[in-house]
Design a protein around this ligand. Structure first.
Ligand SMILES: [Zn+2]
Length: 666
């Protein structure tokens, strides 16, 4: 008997999650040549702005992307999950991105249920819930890394340390050089060698490693070489660095919480003045060589193949002026190549779905956007050009990352670039807490000479854009009787809707009862009794309760403001781009006709490409209009005459009219 085996090529989707990628900036930088890979996708694929769920924050929206369901359903309606039966102030913030809190099925769980394997990189959804999914790293909290042993840092000599203020101890490590003693096998030198110790200590304490750094003058023109060694023996040096050079990676054993952990570290000599007075040595982030993946063994294979892994490339040391732009570029280029190479390798082992998250643009926009956008409260036109340059640099790296993935594009492989929200400049902060305290809704107390809110004793608790009434019947330690519930809510809504500052601007864009919130995707016990969002350019106002009226501030954010907030330069909308076979070329969704993409649409669209059912709780729809052959032009119907028996103007709706005319007879 002849057996016919039908070979069906498996479809694959790479979802590149770029936190805070703004549609307006993506378009601008695609047009001006900064982002050629974004342009390639826009020209040969599709582009749209995308609507985030409220609040336009990170955990809520990555979970929305991952499940295709609204926060009312997946339960992450704040930075964590708020539940009955616990103290009203408990939101489980550390678990915001974890599978422990998410009540909806993830896309990769749906894929696994239907026999498809997935790979997640630095994504939500850890701890693992299926063996069909490989997790590489986990997106726990922005700027803090779940598996990290030591954060990146810069060792700076005294002369430089005075120039760099505002650096935390872990980022900036001051060192002092002294005349070297007890060294052997020292090469011929023209000045007395200088030495110091470079200690690499785990963030949470424990035992680290220590190197000697020795500065050498080998040509009689001053110190131009830095040698790193475990012993005072130049013949055993691990590396000899000139300014601008990187060491190799050193594999070291650290003791963290009583356990041995093997991690990797490398250094770059960023600056060395000839007199030895100015010295900056950058230290990469120390990540373990195993265990940062599920299954744990995958990590070792990846490190063996692609070198040590880093999650946090220079970022903070760059923003604090400790390392230069070149170091920023070099670290990120190392990181993005690692991510893309590991993705290709793991996906080639029969996986269909890849989802990743990358955070640089969010970090950058929080710091820079208020300086490039004239709406920003601290905007200064003289500093704008430099801010634009830095912002462009970040977008260039993001574009390079996408470019690394474009090489996987083929007949069966699709690429989606998506963000969780955009970013907006801040202009004002208005204390809604003060307004609420004035009405007795929050308790203010003295603490060490300053005033602060005692939320546990207050009638309400604010978590981002949710207001929870602290009911005795629902929360441990609650203070409000059920009979007071409606009064408290009415008061809260009244205060929020009345907040108007000295410039005549309303602070709050909307404040709704929980029952009215389904129209913005919010329902269920985890959502506030009142939900609200701030007007464009307003910062969080529940932290600064002393001020009367608005204070002009700088910076940028996304979470407080309505997801539709925009200026000429900035947008709080998220971004969606897609390229692949049968995807329309150069299509920009006509938002006036179809509305923006919604982040709940990502999971069903990926499911459609893969030929699987979407996740169980998915509420989004397939973006059919992004595919060839789907026509969304307005329906042109023959206009057929209608005959109305009576012609009269319509006031309100018909029922209003009829009721007022034919009132119940006396
Ligand atoms: Zn985010």
């Amino acid at each position: 008997m002849k057996v016919v085996v039908e070979v069906v090529e498996m479809k694959r989707v790479f979802v590149i999650g770029l936190d805070a990628l703004s549609p307006k900036l993506a378009e601008r930088f695609a047009k001006d040549g900064t982002c050629p890979n974004f342009k390639r996708i826009m020209d040969n694929g599709c582009f749209s702005k995308a609507l985030s769920a409220v609040p336009a924050q990170t955990p809520e929206n990555w979970t929305t992307i991952a499940t295709g369901s609204w926060p009312g359903t997946h339960g992450i309606a704040t930075w964590g999950r708020h539940s009955y039966g616990e103290p009203v102030t408990e939101i489980h913030g550390d678990e915001a991105m974890s599978s422990n809190l998410c009540k909806a099925e993830y896309l990769w769980e749906a894929a696994a249920r239907q026999g498809l394997k997935s790979v997640l990189h630095y994504f939500v959804g850890y701890p693992p819930t299926t063996d069909m999914t490989i997790h590489v790293d986990w997106f726990w909290r922005p700027g803090i890394f779940y598996f990290e042993i030591c954060s990146n840092a810069c060792y700076v000599s005294d002369a430089l340390a005075v120039d760099v203020k505002g650096n935390s101890k872990t980022t900036l490590i001051p060192i002092k050089f002294r005349e070297a003693e007890g060294w052997v096998n020292v090469p011929k030198v023209y000045s007395p060698p200088l030495e110091t110790e470079i200690k690499v200590l785990p963030n949470v304490g424990g035992r680290g490693v220590s190197y000697y750094a020795l500065l050498l003058d080998v040509d009689g023109c001053g110190y131009q070489m830095c040698l790193l060694s475990k012993d005072k023996d130049c013949s055993k040096a691990l590396c000899t660095l000139k300014e601008g050079e990187w060491s190799g990676w050193f594999r070291e054993t650290f003791v963290v919480e009583g356990e041995d952990k093997v991690g990797t570290v490398r250094f770059k000599l960023v600056e060395l003045s000839r007199d030895g007075g100015k010295f900056k040595l950058y230290r990469s982030q120390v990540y373990p060589v195993s265990g940062f993946t599920h299954p744990p063994k995958v990590a070792e294979r990846l490190v063996e193949r692609f070198g040590p892994y880093i999650n946090d490339a220079v970022s903070w040391t760059f923003f604090r002026g400790l390392v230069d732009e070149q170091t920023f570029i070099e670290e990120f280029e190392y990181q993005i190549r690692w991510i893309a190479d590991a993705a290709g390798y793991l996906m080639n082992k029969g996986a269909s779905l890849y989802m990743m998250h990358w955070h640089l643009l969010d970090t950058l926009e929080h710091r820079i956007l208020g300086s490039v956008d004239p709406v920003g409260g601290k905007y200064n036109s003289e500093k704008a050009e430099e801010a634009w340059r830095i912002l462009r640099l970040g977008y260039r790296i993001a574009d390079e990352l996408v470019g690394e993935f474009l090489k996987y594009l083929d007949e069966e492989t699709y690429l989606i670039v998506v963000s969780d929200h955009g970013s907006m400049p801040q202009r004002k902060r208005y204390s809604i807490v003060k307004a609420l305290a004035d009405r007795g809704l929050v308790e203010v107390e003295e603490h060490k000479g300053t005033k602060r809110v005692n939320w546990a004793k207050s009638k309400i608790f604010i978590s981002l854009t949710n207001v929870y009434v602290n009911l005795k019947s629902k929360y441990k330690g609650g203070v409000v009787e059920d009979s007071e519930y409606e009064n408290v809510r009415r008061e809260v809504i009244d205060v929020l809707r009345s907040c108007k500052d000295q410039y005549g601007d309303y602070v709050i864009a909307f404040a709704l009862r929980r029952e009215d919130a389904p129209m913005i995707g919010l329902w269920g016990e985890h959502v506030g009794d009142v939900v609200f969002a701030y007007s464009p350019a307003f910062a969080w106002g529940h932290v600064d309760f002393l001020n009367e009226g608005s204070t002009i501030i700088g910076g940028a954010s996304h979470g407080p403001m309505i997801p539709t907030a925009e200026t000429e330069i900035s947008s709080n909308y998220a971004t969606f781009m897609m390229i692949g076979k049968n995807v329309k070329k150069g299509y920009v969704r006509p938002v006036d006709m179809m509305g923006p993409v919604q982040l709940v649409d990502v999971a069903p669209t990926v499911s459609y490409i893969l030929g699987i059912e979407p996740p169980k709780h998915c509420q989004g729809r397939v973006l059919y209009d992004f595919f060839e052959g789907w026509d969304i032009s307005e329906m042109k119907r023959e206009q057929r005459p209608l005959r109305f028996p009576v012609k009269r103007p319509l006031v309100g709706d018909v029922t209003d009219r009829e009721l007022s005319k034919d009132a119940v007879p006396p």
